[in-house]
Design a protein around this ligand. Structure first.
Ligand SMILES: Nc1nc2c(c(=O)[nH]1)N[C@H]1C(S)=C(S)[C@@H](COP(=O)(O)O)O[C@H]1N2
Ligand SMILES: [Mo]
Length: 319
């Protein structure tokens, strides 16, 4: 995400100095394995032969959900072959090529911390939550976007089951850590496991879902099987994939991209066309499959649903 300059950013937007400073800063903040800079981040040979293993399985009892956009949907092919999932490599095609090694059964999600009823959910239980199809825009911080027909359930349903204490102000989401299944974790590109966080009111917002599938079927490995977060008004990286732990905490939790590059990626990471990334504009985006760029919308077009969460906050500082 941050390490390589996205192909669709004009080089004129990025000065050598900025690149240099950013690299230097990355060297200082990233954990081991600084050899990642410059050329290919992961030697292809490191990853070994693996196949994609999405045995298409229909999800039943899926209601038509709220908040769906009726914009044209990105093709299944693009949604499943143009991915960011650094646990499987940093090229857009790597997750599809290499995520066949991810074993999604058995799978549990541990819920702990500031809750009255800590609990470990089996994935089969979570698949029985009230599932809805939600067609959401996804806007990556690299300035491309997609429209994805997710299947998932509102995170608020899960939160209510575990009964947060009064101290629960934030939630941290933690991805699987397993260097056998996730070869990208053998390199110190990020501080593994991948971790993300939301403020409690963001997590409770009805737009926030736990995704378990897309296009009517179970989640493809490369999109974060068997269960991932989907937060459509934030940059894509806030939506952690292959979640194994949900921790309720009192303080703002550390998050992987913020730790890697604090000046580029803040805790909030709301889609905001008026606050540029230090190295490129966020005013427009390229919808995958389109030729022309389009304007990026405040909160990715979900302003009506979420603007109230940030009333009185300086979003230039709290980016
Ligand atoms: N565990 C994990 N989750 C992750 C990432 C990652 O590298 N690892 N990349 C993020 C980024 S940068 C984006 S844009 C979205 C991409 O989701 P998609 O591949 O399903 O479109 O996943 C996010 N979730
Ligand atoms: Mo992203």
């Amino acid at each position: 995400m941050l390490i390589k300059r996205p192909a669709d950013i004009k080089s004129s937007e990025i000065t050598d100095k900025e690149l240099y400073l950013n690299r230097r800063q990355f060297m200082q903040t990233a954990s081991a394995g600084a050899a990642v800079l410059g050329t290919g981040l992961l030697a292809p040979g490191l990853l070994g032969p693996m196949s994609t293993a999405w045995g298409a399985t229909k999800l039943d009892n899926v209601a038509k959900g709220k908040f769906s956009t009726d914009e044209p949907q990105t093709s299944l092919k693009d949604i499943t072959s143009y991915n960011n999932f650094y646990e499987f490599g940093t090229d857009k095609g790597d997750p599809k090529r290499h995520s066949g090694s991810l074993k999604t059964r058995p799978w549990t999600v541990e819920v702990e911390g500031e809750v009255h009823k800590p609990r470990t959910f089996d994935i089969e239980e979570l698949l029985k939550m009230p599932l809805e199809e939600r067609v959401y825009r996804l806007r990556c911080v690299e300035a491309w976007s997609m429209v994805i027909p997710w299947i998932g359930f509102e995170l608020s349903h899960l939160i209510k089951l575990v009964e947060p204490t009064n101290n629960a102000k934030y939630i941290q989401f933690v991805t699987l850590y397993d260097t056998e299944q996730m070869p990208g974790q053998r390199r110190g590109i990020l501080d593994w496991p991948y971790t993300e966080g939301l403020r409690m009111d963001e997590a409770m917002n009805p737009l926030t879902i736990m995704g378990v599938g897309l296009y009517g079927e179970v989640m493809p490995n490369q999109n974060g099987a068997p269960i991932r977060l989907v937060v459509p008004w934030k940059y894509g990286f806030k939506s952690g994939k292959s979640i194994v732990k949900i921790r309720f905490v009192e303080e703002e939790p550390p998050t992987s991209w913020n730790m890697a590059a604090p000046h580029e990626y803040g805790f909030y990471s709301n889609v905001n066309p008026t606050v540029n990334h230090p190295r490129w504009s966020q005013a427009s985006e390229r919808r995958i499959g389109d030729f022309f760029r389009r304007k990026t919308l405040m909160f990715n077009g979900y302003e009506e649903q979420v603007a109230h969460l940030y009333k009185g906050m300086d979003l230039k500082k709290l980016y």
